[in-house]
Structure formats: structure tokens, C-alpha cells
Write a protein that binds this ligand. Structure first.
Ligand SMILES: Nc1ncnc2c1ncn2[C@@H]1O[C@H](COP(=O)(O)OP(=O)(O)OP(=O)(O)O)[C@@H](O)[C@H]1O
Length: 593
């Protein structure tokens, strides 16, 4: 589903199911060993902790009345030792739990990132990038507490509850039954909160996502914002999105915070009840020591129950985020290798479009029954009006989108039958949006051929005339550039991505507006190098500056969803059709200038 703007809430594409917890358990499973070790220390500490109230009972009921100082001191010594043991176990537990939790989060983060790398262009076309980003970073981080402390504490707390119950039953069965009297109230509270809290946190996650998307969009577009002096409008929008986030947060925590005080109140009421029943001896007959020990166990019982309540709270909260994480992981890459896909053999460079129809959205064909055949080694120029579908043609060639009808073939192999890796690795693509990654110039050119030597990188840069400007940079090829290449000029960025496309030594070269930002003098020099390079390679060149494509083997004029005219520059000029008109108007414009 399209989520086109920051102010549109994402709707859930799949309802919550228990399977999410099973999948989460799948991430925990590889850490069985360290978790078992942690559990062993917890059990040890719990057993040591359990002995406390029992020692109190023995001291009050037996040793103090009997004045047995020696045994009393011995008991005190054991008690101190048990405290030291508990302290040591706690210290180990905190470190080990955090480590396991972070390892699990790292695995999840890796999976979601790896999956995103495989998703097709169409997925990213439909989503603000801030909404994708928040899933990899923030949503996964929200699970941190649940996975580190929450999970292990849960097991430890459950264990505590069972052991404490055992001790309580051992002391007095009736008092134990009284202690459970208010449990139904607790269940009622859980049921009351469950659905309300999940919905509240789903809304909150939407608002968080919107806020993130708006911040991301605003930072990406900061230069335009400042050039149009639109800051005040942006502050207002930000305030509005931020206010929605704040309100939804307050609503969510209002429900979330019902749980903890609720359980606490029930536990206090239970303690009062036991005091009342014990002191008044209603249906029970207990000594003072037994009553005090029992109250100790009631605390031991309710403390873990309060923790379990908190865990339940975190689980419900995390569920809203888990749904989003698994939704992303379940996004089926619409473009992927067919089960019987084979490696595309080394490409010669013949390209065929056979009755190709393509649309981005239902009901609006961008290309309609397009047919052409290209011999290996030909250079094809795509020209035509803005939005006619030139970039779309080359996107289909690399199978960035799948066509709706017909077939796209390379050397007779349908691009859908071969593996994406073998197809794309034989193509050098320079898209309209030149992207420079943070790192050195060298790393940027080497992006598509990691094993290229420095000499090969320099050779490619020389061909595209990038070498001259690179040499003059502070550290030459080792100069560090920022993400998007903001410290480079638009033309320099284009030359770099040109070199990147060439270095891979592709059999099919695709250049989309590759020279639009390059000055005419550099472009002339570039053309010389390119002519040599394009020899024996099939190439597709999209250019609005027609002077650059005059020498192409064939020129396709794309218009009306098809190839309206095709031929050499001379042939098309002689036809005096659409291409002639376009060329003439550019020529006239240049003359006028
Ligand atoms: N991801 C997309 N989703 C929906 N529609 C799209 C998408 N990309 C392009 N279009 C639409 O498809 C049509 C063809 O776009 P395309 O980028 O192929 O044109 P073009 O001929 O390369 O234009 P230009 O010369 O301006 O680069 C346009 O009308 C455009 O609005």
C-alpha cells in the first residue's frame, strides 16, 4: 500500500497474531546457552533470597525465645553469605542479559537491513524514507528492554512465584488461599488494558513514524526550504506533527500506567487481608513468627507478579512495533530471481523489446506495445519530451521494474528468466540521480567493482575526464567526500558516477542524462574518450542536449507511450518530423543565445 506523505498514517496490512511471538522466539533461540547460564545464576540467587523469611521465622519462633545466641549468630552468618551470593549473581546477570539482548537486536537489525537491500524500486517509490528508517532504528530499539531485562526477568519472576507459592503452602495452606483471593481482580485488569493499550501504541507508532518522515524530508530538502524562506511554514507543520505525537504518547502511557499501580494496590490489599485474617485468627491459627514470615512471602509473591505485569505491559507495547518490523520483513520482493532462474551467460549486447507494455499504476500505461531490436555494439540515444518514458525504458532493461506485458530480452534471454545478479553485474548504469556515498573518491568509483586496482580506477577517471579535477583535490583520490557529495559540484558528481559505471567494464552501458551538468568543453573531451569506450558495447544514452547524441547508431524519439521515430540523426532530420522539430528548436535557441 502506498504511504506517500508524512501526514498519512500507515495502516496495518496484517493483523496481530501469536505467530509474531513465535518469530521473536526464533531470534532468541540461538542464544539458548548464555540464557541458560543466566537462568542458573538467577535460580541460585532466588533460592538464596527465599531462605530469608524462613530464617526470620526460625529466629522469632524458636531461637530468640530459647535464647540460643550461638545458633542465632550462625543463622546471621549464613544470611550474610546468602546476600553476598545474591549480589554476585545480580552483577553477572545484568551484564550477561544486556549482552544477549543486544545480540538479538543486532540480528534483527541485520535481517531487516538485508531485506531492505533486496526490495525493488517500487517499494521505495511508495514510502517516505523516514518511515523506513524508523523501522530499522527506533522500532527495533524499543524491543531492547523487553529482550534484555524483560524476558529473563519474566522467567526468573515466574520461577520466583512458583517457589514462593511452594513455601507459602508449606507454612499455611489456608493463608495461601486467602492470599490468592484478589487474583481475579488482577485478571480483570489485564483484560481491560490489553486491547486498549495495543491500539494506543499502534497509533503512537504511526505518529512517531510521521514525525520521523517529516524530519527526514525536511533535512533532505533544507536547501530548497531556505532558498524559498519557508522556515516558518515548516516550523508550523513540525509543531503540528510533533503535537500529534505528544498527544498520542500521553494517551498511550495513560493506559499503560494503569497496570503497575493496579497490581500494587491489589498486593497491598492482600497484605492487609492477611494481617486482618492472621491477627483476628479468622479461619486460621498462626503464630506471630509464621504471620511475619508469611507477609515476607507475600511480598516475595507480589513483587514478581508486579514485574510480570510490567513485562506484559512492555510486551503489548512492543507488539505494536513488532508488527511493523515483521511487516517489513514479510514484504515480498516483487522483483526476484525465478525459482529456475539461470546465470545470464557473458553478454554480447543484443537487446529486444517485444510488445512491451508497462505501467507504474493501474490504468495508466507509460509504455504501450513497444518493439525494437538492437544489435550488439550499437549506441542508442533516447530522446523525447519530459515524462515520455525514456528512463522507464532503461529501468526495464535492468529489471528494476517488471513489465506488464511482452518481454525484454538480452541476447535472446528474457530478463525475468535469468538471475538478477548476473543481469545487473553485466550492465553499467548511471542513473539520473547521481549518488555519491560517504567515503573517499576512490571508494566511490570502485563501488561497483570492489577488486579494481587504484590504476584501473585512475584509468576510468581519465577516460571520463574526472582525473583532472580529482588531482586538484586536497588528497586526490583519497579525498573524503560527504554523503550525496555535497562538497562537489553537480558536474563533478556526474563525472564520478560516470567513472563508476565505466569501471565495471559492462557490456551494456546505460547513461541517463549523464552529461547534463557538465560544461560543454569537458563534455567534448569526454565524448572523445567515450567514443573509444563505447566501441563494441551496446549503449543507451538519454540526453536532452541533442548535440551529444548526433553520432549514435540510432536515435529513438520516445513519445505517446511508444517509439514515435527511429533512425540515425541524418535520417530523422530528413524525415522532418518530431526529432527534426526538437533539434531545430534547440539549434534556434542556441543561435539566439
Ligand atoms: N516510480 C514511479 N511511479 C509512478 N509513476 C512514475 C514513476 N516514475 C515515473 N513515473 C511516471 O512515468 C512517466 C515516465 O517517466 P520517465 O522518468 O520514464 O520519463 P522520462 O522520459 O525519462 O522524463 P525526463 O526526460 O523528464 O527524465 C512520467 O509521466 C512519470 O510521471
Amino acid at each position: 500500500m502506498a504511504r506517500n506523505t508524512y501526514d498519512v498514517d500507515e495502516s496495518l496490512e496484517q493483523e496481530f497474531n501469536w505467530g509474531h511471538y513465535r518469530r521473536l522466539a526464533g531470534y532468541i533461540k540461538p542464544y539458548k546457552k548464555p540464557i541458560s547460564k543466566i537462568l542458573a545464576t538467577i535460580i541460585l540467587a532466588n533460592i538464596a533470597g527465599m531462605a530469608g523469611p524462613y530464617f526470620t521465622k526460625i529466629a522469632i519462633d524458636d531461637l530468640i525465645p530459647a535464647g540460643n545466641v550461638q545458633q542465632l549468630l550462625g543463622l546471621g552468618g549464613i544470611f550474610i553469605l546468602s546476600l553476598v551470593l545474591i549480589g554476585g549473581c545480580m552483577r553477572y546477570r545484568i551484564y550477561a542479559i544486556t549482552e544477549v539482548g543486544q545480540d538479538i537486536l543486532k540480528d534483527m537489525r541485520y535481517d531487516i537491513f538485508a531485506h531492505l537491500q533486496r526490495l525493488p524500486f517500487a517499494y521505495f517509490d511508495n514510502r517516505p524514507h523516514g518511515k523506513i528508517l524508523i523501522r530499522v532504528v527506533n522500532y527495533i530499539n524499543t524491543l531492547s528492554d523487553l529482550l534484555s531485562n524483560g524476558l529473563i526477568n519474566l522467567i526468573s519472576d515466574l520461577f520466583n512465584v512458583v517457589i514462593t507459592l511452594g513455601f507459602m503452602l508449606l507454612i499455611d495452606v489456608r493463608l495461601t488461599l486467602y492470599s490468592m483471593a484478589l487474583l481475579p481482580v488482577l485478571f480483570g485488569l489485564v483484560l481491560f488494558i490489553k486491547k486498549r493499550q495495543r491500539i494506543a501504541f499502534q497509533i503512537l507508532s504511526n505518529k512517531q513514524s510521521n514525525l520521523n518522515a517529516y524530519i527526514h524530508e525536511s533535512i533532505s530538502g533544507i536547501k530548497i526550504t531556505q532558498s524559498f524562506a519557508r522556515e516558518q511554514v515548516n516550523y508550523d507543520i513540525f509543531n503540528e506533527v510533533s503535537e500529534e505525537y505528544r498527544t498520542s504518547w500521553m494517551k498511550a502511557v495513560k493506559i499503560q500506567f494503569l497496570m503497575w499501580p493496579g497490581v500494587l494496590n491489589i498486593s497491598v490489599l492482600t497484605t492487609c487481608l492477611i494481617y486482618f485474617v492472621g491477627i483476628r485468627q479468622i479461619g486460621v491459627s498462626v503464630s506471630t513468627g509464621t504471620l511475619i514470615a508469611f507477609i515476607g512471602y507475600i511480598n516475595n509473591f507480589w513483587n514478581p507478579v508486579i514485574n510480570i505485569g510490567n513485562f506484559y505491559n512492555s510486551l503489548i507495547t512492543a507488539t505494536a512495533y513488532l508488527e511493523r518490523i515483521f511487516e517489513t520483513l514479510d514484504e515480498v520482493p516483487s522483483i526476484q530471481d525465478a525459482p529456475d532462474a539461470y546465470e545470464l551467460p557473458p553478454v554480447k549486447g543484443a537487446v529486444d523489446f517485444e510488445n512491451v507494455t508497462f505501467r507504474y499504476e493501474e490504468g495508466k500505461d507509460i509504455l504501450h506495445k513497444v518493439n525494437f531490436h538492437i544489435e550488439p555494439g550499437q549506441s542508442i540515444a533516447l530522446v523525447g519530451p519530459t515524462g515520455a518514458g525514456k528512463t522507464t525504458v532503461i529501468n526495464l532493461l535492468s529489471r528494476f521494474y517488471d513489465i506488464n506485458e511482452g518481454s525484454v530480452k538480452i541476447d535472446g534471454h528474457d530478463v525475468r528468466d535469468v538471475t538478477l545478479g548476473s543481469l545487473r553485474s553485466q550492465m553499467g548504469v548511471m542513473l539520473q540521480d547521481t549518488f555519491i556515498f560517504s567515503g573517499t573518491i576512490l571508494e566511490n568509483i570502485r563501488y561497483g567493482k570492489l577488486d579494481a586496482t587504484e590504476e584501473e580506477v585512475i584509468a576510468a577517471a581519465k577516460v571520463v575526464r574526472a582525473h583532472d579535477f580529482i588531482q586538484h583535490l586536497k588528497d586526490g583520490y583519497h579525498t573524503v567526500v560527504e554523503e550525496r557529495g555535497s562538497t562537489l559540484s553537480a558536474g563533478q558528481r556526474q563525472l564520478l558516477s560516470f567513472a563508476r559505471a565505466l569501471l565495471a567494464d559492462p557490456k551494456i552501458l546505460i547513461l541517463d542524462e549523464a552529461t547534463a551538468s557538465i560544461d560543454t568543453r569537458t563534455e567534448e573531451l569526454l565524448q572523445e574518450g567515450l567514443q573509444k569506450l563505447l566501441k563494441d558495447r551496446t549503449s543507451f544514452i538519454i540526453a536532452h542536449r541533442l548535440s551529444t547524441i548526433k553520432n549514435s547508431s540510432r536515435i529513438f524519439y520516445v513519445a505517446g507511450g511508444n517509439i514515435a521515430e527511429a533512425g540515425t540523426h541524418e535520417e530523422l532530420m530528413a524525415q522532418k518530423g518530431l526529432y527534426h522539430h526538437l533539434y531545430q528548436s534547440q539549434y534556434d535557441l542556441l543561435q539566439a543565445v
